[in-house]
Write a new protein. Structure first.
Lengths: 96, 379
């Protein structure tokens, strides 16, 4: 929850709400990009971002993303984060 | 040094450790009276134990584990409030998974869920908002928890709800701020802290400015750090260098992520939605002035506290801690987890009595998992 996880912006899905599709270690989810977009939303497509609870909080470079992912994996936090994302996606799909 | 080979760059790690060994006596640290460095962030606590940094470093240096694990400082009365809300028939209660096992006075959210309350774990407040859209007849409450890192996310979610006119989404705001408890700890006459390792991701949002009082008013160094082992080793040596040279400054080891002014969009979102509370209750630390935020009147329609009459809205007093536990002393760095009579006996990660045992970022859980009973039994 506190450390966040790096992901790569794949596409802008809702330019008005500044939402985009982000790939986090193979899991794709919609992420809010408000805190990292300063000009045109398109400009962040392809960038690595640090994602905290569904919000991109900072742009990082590819090397920093690699370092952070490795450190999170060693702490067991990457797995936890991705599991939480998957669980949430299922909750929304199957919710009744 | 069995752990060092695991590091990304063992040679650099050994070099940094040797440097720290040289600096400790220069900074005045001895085995009898070690230099006490407090890591504020629970992520750092976890990393220090995971990499065994507490054992790799000289005896003249001691780590105090600070209050930076939001789950650990959540008072029982707040958990009770959550359960009171969650047990209403019309409510879908959503929370980060971390909060599920925190003990309340009566039960945890996990137990309430087992008893039939509609409690759902979500990864993001956006998912709670999505549930509200999906179930317009239910009232969807999100348990907003965490420091400045998660605060922009809940603020932006409230703004989205307002903008899209979603009227069945409510935020139970329990967000807290990092600097106020540090001031409280520094003012505590029992406290001995020589310097701080500052949180990386919180600082990415807030910048370095909120920590200036630590150097300015209290004369203690603080170094903002990443959570990779080499980041931590480097930050520790930066704190020691300051101490050895008699300096007290706010330095930034994590400049590749943390900018001096933080993230302006995130700070603007926080400021739009939240305002400071007069005080907020911290488990183990008690009420601390201006240490939490609440929803501004302009967004009162989204405030679960007002909607359901719980929390500070209800003027309740703090719940007490379990008998015989030492959570408060551990949070303040006055006692090691092993000094608690419940540690590893009545209080275990699978069955936590105190909140410090719940998350891997809590000092007791980290100690238990990596440094505590298992290791001692093996030695
Ligand atoms: S062992 Fe359990 S009861 Fe004791 S201080 Fe730690 S969390 Fe609290």
């Amino acid at each position: 929850m506190c450390l966040g996880i790096p992901g790569r912006v794949i596409a802008i899905t809702d330019p008005e709400r500044l939402m985009g599709l982000v790939d986090v270690s193979g899991v794709r989810r919609e992420v809010n990009l408000t805190c990292v977009v300063t000009g045109r939303p398109d400009a962040v497509v392809g960038c690595w971002v640090l994602v905290h609870v569904g919000f991109a909080m900072g742009i990082i470079d590819a090397e920093e993303a690699r370092l952070t992912l490795a450190a999170l994996a060693q702490l067991g936090e990457a797995e936890e984060e991705i599991a939480a994302m998957r669980h949430s996606a299922r909750t929304l799909e199957t919710a009744s | 040094m069995k752990y060092v080979d695991e590091f990304r760059d063992p040679i650099l790690a050994r070099h940094l450790i040797a440097h720290i060994e040289k600096l400790v006596p220069l900074a005045g640290g001895t085995e009898e009276k070690p230099i006490a460095i407090m890591e504020i962030c629970g992520g750092h606590t976890h990393a220090i134990f995971r990499y065994g940094l507490d054992r790799l470093l000289p005896a003249g240096l001691e780590f105090l584990h600070g209050p930076g694990c939001p789950v650990c400082v959540l008072p029982m009365s707040r958990v009770d409030d959550c359960i009171e809300i969650a047990e209403r028939k019309e409510v879908i209660f959503t929370t980060f998974g971390d909060a599920m096992r925190v003990p309340g006075t009566r039960k945890s959210l996990m137990q309430a869920k087992a008893d039939g309350a509609d409690i759902r774990m979500v990864y993001s407040p956006l998912d709670a908002l999505a549930l509200a859209r999906k179930f317009p007849d239910r009232q969807v409450v999100f348990f907003g928890l965490g420091f400045e890192t998660t605060m922009p996310a809940t603020a932006l979610t409230v703004l989205t709800a307002a903008r899209d006119g979603v009227s069945n989404f409510f935020l139970f705001c329990n967000h807290i701020l990092v600097p106020p408890p540090l001031r409280a700890l520094l003012q505590d006459p029992q406290m001995r802290i020589d310097g701080f390792i500052g949180p990386g991701h919180v600082s990415m949002i807030t910048g370095a400015k909120p920590y200036r009082f630590i150097a300015g008013e209290f004369g203690k160094p603080l170094v903002i750090a990443g959570f990779e082992p080499l980041d931590l080793l480097q930050s520790i040596s930066m704190v020691l260098e300051q101490l050895a040279e008699g300096r007290a400054e706010i330095e930034n080891q994590y400049a590749r992520l943390v900018l001096e002014d933080g993230n302006p969009q995130a700070m603007a979102a926080i400021d739009t939605v939240f305002e400071p509370r007069d005080s907020f209750d911290w488990r183990g630390l008690g009420e601390i002035d201006h240490s939490g935020v609440k929803i501004r009147p302009a967004y009162a329609a989204y405030d679960a506290e007002q909607k359901f009459g719980v929390g500070y809205g209800a003027g309740k007093t703090a719940g007490r801690e379990p008998d015989g536990c030492r959570c408060g002393d551990v949070i303040k760095g006055l006692a090691k987890p092993t000094a608690c009579p419940k540690f590893g006996t009545e209080c275990l990660p699978e069955q936590p009595l105190g909140a410090l045992m719940v998350s891997s970022e809590g000092a007791c859980a980290a100690y238990y998992q990596y440094g505590g009973v298992r290791q001692e039994a093996a030695e």
